[in-house]
Design a protein around this ligand. Structure first.
Ligand code: SF4
Length: 252
């Protein structure tokens, strides 16, 4: 690489780190010279005493939470614990921020997700994005989105209890690492799998549950809402209750 290419690569990497820190509501410390260069390419910088965020800076450099989640995603990518490994195109681990205060949990990847490797894409995914952006006034990148199962069941059939049992430890570990303030279970199978119940969504929504000590709210799956738009108002009521906990106006 030429010296200018090396410099450009370093600048690109620094910009990527700054964007990641910004998404997580954190900062990185750089020298005044580097700050001036970042500002010249549009970055926003502030002046703080050197050493003020030494602990944060060290943590950010290592970013152990992101590293642990990446290691877990790598483990999932190689997983063959159940038969779904034979029919998947790829595993679907998550989308969003490792530092999210809200985690949405669905049932399992569908066809679009299996092709793209990202949860909640396609029409149902767009509706979930609308709920987050238009309804909750958050960015999709502010929350964390995943499923109980990391591989698509053929023909989108329902997960079997054995598949849920095999795959659930990955979800439990994801939540241990993220430590969200609230979980929102999307749809019947996510709710039933997480809460170990056979109750319907109609009976489970409208009240708080807990999953491994984390408050959990149940609402309808976006795919169900596409078929039953008259129930969108109920989901709106559910996310309002979630928002009250997130903004601190309700303490559980
Ligand atoms: S669904 Fe879960 S347990 Fe089954 S192969 Fe995929 S990652 Fe492994």
């Amino acid at each position: 690489m030429t010296p200018s290419e090396v410099w450009q690569a370093a600048l690109d990497e620094t910009m990527a780190l700054a964007k990641q820190a910004s998404r997580n509501g954190r900062t990185i410390n750089v020298s005044p010279e580097v700050a001036a260069l970042l500002e010249s390419v549009g970055a926003r910088t502030t002046t703080e005493p050197v050493g003020m965020a030494a602990e944060d800076s060290a943590d950010e450099q290592g970013d152990p939470r992101t590293a642990d989640l990446k290691a877990l995603a790598d483990t999932v990518r190689a997983c063959q614990k159940c038969g779904l490994c034979e029919t998947r195109t790829q595993t679907v681990f998550s989308d969003g921020s490792p530092y999210a205060r809200l985690v949405f949990v669905g049932e399992a990847p569908g066809g679009d997700e299996d092709r793209q490797g990202v949860p909640f894409v396609g029409r149902a995914g767009q509706l979930l994005t609308d709920i987050i952006v238009k309804g909750m006034k958050m960015n999709r990148s502010d929350v964390y989105i995943c499923n109980v199962l990391k591989c698509r069941p053929p023909e989108n059939r329902n997960p079997t209890p054995a598949e849920v049992e095999q795959c659930e430890p990955y979800l439990i570990r994801q939540l241990e690492l993220i430590q969200p303030k609230v979980i929102c279970a999307l749809g019947l199978y996510a709710a039933q799998s997480l809460l170990k119940t056979t109750d319907t969504v109609g009976r489970l929504r409208g009240k708080w549950h807990t999953y491994h000590g984390i408050p959990l709210r149940v609402t309808y799956h976006p795919a169900y809402l596409l078929r039953n738009p008259e129930d969108k108002a109920k989901t709106w009521a559910d996310v309002q209750e979630v928002m009250k906990v997130l903004d601190g106006s309700v303490t559980l």
